[in-house]
Design a binder for this molecule. Structure first.
Ligand code: COA
Length: 633
């Protein structure tokens, strides 16, 4: 079998005649990037996993409950159950290129019946762009189309520089899944249809406005991307005049509903309007021309911008323009505030963030091709669906559900500018672990609970790798958090700083371990899944108090760094959870925080305020203890 990269290269050449895209400005194709052959992920050591499981369980449990957990773990080992399941897992790993990823796609995404917005689809916000009104929106849309296609050409021709952690190369396959990809709703389990697996990429995108959706060509008859003048003309002549009023029964809205509801209607639509559905599934991406929306006085402009990317603001605002199944949906706001809604199944945040950075670079350098030498391959046409009364009822139900979800979501944006990665680095501490400890302390100060916390660890060091979990609290972080909040006055700055350094280091050590494929969360998940696959009863450990507590996250986080200020955001993973996406830069840290209004205990606004205080407190602690005294900031 060909190695993954070789398979892709063959695909790319067959699917795309590269020479035809060389005419696009800024995409000078000179040589391809050879991507590294990556090691295979194998299940980690069983004893280590179980030992570490107990370490993470201990701070979440009472003494008596922890004693029971120790017994359950011993029984799991003594019965031979753990070893049997582990060996079955190793066997699976030996047979597959990646034992985890196909399972993970099903469990984390395709089998979930919950709606995509807020729960799994992140939103991403561009920095404010200088435009306003309909003409500004049209011009920005044309540039966005060209910038995105330009990036797509870099992906399929293997011209993106290989991502790395230090010198260690990362798997690049997720990039290939971004364009032309759709998550097709199906009963029981959705299907992901990758653009790159089709004989040829589509030559169109979809443009939505006021709930109308248009098939929209983006190439000319010589397969060259259209100039911005032509793209603008097509929007002005076909899209704008045919989308002046809102669609009365927008089918798009049902893509925001639970997957079974959507799957049932989708089946009917596919039978009635197969060409329309095909146009949706094949489109390279969607571009929405959003309507102006009133900004609630309780939110700032950035918070409203993020809300639009996550939910379209609900069915009465721009929710009618979203088709949540599509991997990439660029949403062009009316007033300079644009962004992206992305369906998470095919890729993690960093490849999407890289795409956004590239689009921003293109806007900054303003290198767009204005003219086209040839006519477009086609003209835009509206995609309309036949709907009957029962479908209208489904659409009305989905509209109500999206409105409820959109108004239940609290989104806050904190751009912390007192310092960034520079302060922890000067104190010889990992910035990411420093920030994670700030989440622990902020949560404990607000709720007096040590929050089970999820952080994404990338497994892209491995072929086809996706993610594992870096988790807190651990016994060392718990000691610091409690001492810092409950018993600070009895400690000298030096003592406290030592506890802090130990906590940060313990988190960093586990992060490194997780990224090396030695994390416990996916290993335990694998043991659970292999039992179910082989018809073996689920081990009692997985119904115990510790495992239940450890998998009910109160803080769900991901770091997604970018060069420009491009915040990403996502919803909480449980009713009483905070969702936090953060972007540490050298001298600032940007946070997007979310919570549910319906949860009386949580408040993203209060968490943001507390987080700001904690970050400053940490810096003061390092100054007081002398850890920063020789550092030049
Ligand atoms: N002293 C001084 N500097 C240090 C340090 C120390 N003790 N520890 C780390 N640093 C430096 C690093 O060298 C690095 O320097 P750079 O900015 O020049 O590159 C910087 O601080 C950042 O390191 P750190 O904060 O430790 O984190 P990281 O960059 O290694 O990232 C993870 C850690 C876990 C966030 C990351 O590897 C990961 O897995 N990310 C997953 C992202 C993801 O998939 N998110 C999306 C989900 S949808």
């Amino acid at each position: 079998m060909l190695h993954q990269r070789q398979r892709w290269s063959v695909c790319a050449l067959r699917l795309f005649d590269l020479s035809r895209h060389q005419a696009l400005a800024g995409c000078a194709i000179t040589q391809t990037m050879p991507y590294s052959k990556l090691p295979k992920l194998m299940p980690p050591d069983l004893d280590n996993t179980l030992k570490t499981f107990l370490e993470f369980a201990q701070p979440l449990q009472t003494y008596q409950d922890f004693e029971k957990t120790k017994k359950l773990t011993q029984e799991f080992v003594k019965s031979g159950e753990a070893q049997t399941l582990h060996e079955l897992l190793v066997d699976r790993a030996e047979k597959l290129n990646n034992w985890l990823t196909p399972w993970w796609l099903n469990i984390a995404y395709l089998q979930a019946r919950t709606p995509l917005p807020i729960i799994t689809s992140p939103g991403v916000a561009f920095p404010p762009l200088e435009y306003s009104g309909e003409e500004g929106q049209i011009a920005t849309a044309a540039k966005m189309i060209q910038a995105a296609l330009n990036y797509h050409h870099k992906i399929i021709s293997d011209h993106l520089p290989e991502d790395k952690a230090g010198k260690v190369p990362f798997d690049m396959s997720q990039y290939k899944f971004l364009f032309g990809t759709t998550r097709v709703p199906k009963l029981v389990q959705d299907e992901i249809v990758y653009g790159a697996s089709k004989p040829k990429f589509a030559q169109h995108i979809l443009v939505t406005r006021n709930g109308h959706t248009f098939y929209f060509p983006v190439y000319d008859q010589n397969d060259i991307v259209l100039g911005t003048d032509v793209l603008e003309g097509l929007i002005r002549d076909y899209v704008i005049p045919n989308s002046q009023t809102r669609v009365s029964h927008p089918v798009n809205l049902v893509s925001s509903d639970d997957r079974d509801t959507w799957a049932k209607l989708y089946e009917k639509l596919k039978k009635r309007n197969p060409q329309e559905i095909q146009a949706y599934e094949d489109a390279l991406f969607i571009l929405s021309l959003d309507s102006q929306v009133p900004v609630n006085p309780d939110r700032n402009r950035y918070e409203e911008q993020m809300r639009q990317q996550l939910t379209g603001g609900g069915a009465d605002e721009n929710g009618i323009n979203r088709w949540f199944d599509k991997t990439l949906q660029f949403n062009i706001g009316f007033d300079g505030y644009s962004g992206l809604t992305y369906e998470h199944t095919p890729a993690e945040g960093p490849p999407v963030a890289n795409l956004m950075d590239n689009v921003c670079s293109r806007f900054e350098s303003n290198t767009f091709v204005k003219e086209s030498s040839n006519e477009p391959v086609d003209v835009p046409r509206e995609l309309k669906f036949n709907v009957d009364q029962s479908d209208e009822d489904v659409i009305a139900g989905s509209a109500a559900a999206l409105n409820r979800a959109a108004f239940d979501l609290e989104v806050r944006f904190l751009s912390f500018r007192e310092f960034g990665k520079n302060v922890p680095k000067k104190a010889k501490l990992s910035p990411d672990s420093f920030i994670q400890m700030a989440f622990q302390v902020a949560h404990y100060r607000l709720h007096h609970i040590l929050p089970p916390t999820y952080e994404t660890a990338t497994l892209r060091k491995f072929s086809e790798g996706r993610t594992d979990t870096i988790r807190l609290p651990n016994p060392v972080s718990a000691l610091f958090t409690k001492t810092f909040v409950d018993n600070r006055e009895n400690q000298s700055a030096k003592e406290l700083a030592k506890l802090f350094r130990d906590a940060v280091t313990s988190h960093k050590n586990y992060s490194v371990r997780a990224m090396l494929g030695q994390g416990i969360d996916r290993h335990l998940l694998g043991l659970r899944l292999i039992a179910s696959e082989k018809g073996i009863d689920a081990p009692k450990l997985f119904s115990g108090d510790a495992y239940r507590k450890m998998t009910h996250f109160r803080v769900s986080t991901s770091q997604v760094p970018t060069r420009f200020v491009i915040p990403m955001g996502f919803g909480p993973s449980a009713p009483d959870c905070y969702g936090i996406c953060y972007n540490p830069q050298e001298d600032a840290i940007h946070f997007t925080l979310s919570a549910f209004n319906s949860c009386k205990e949580t408040s993203a606004k209060k968490f943001a305020a507390e987080l700001e205080r904690v970050l400053n407190d940490f810096k003061t602690l390092l100054e007081d203890s002398g850890d920063l005294s020789n550092a030049k900031l």
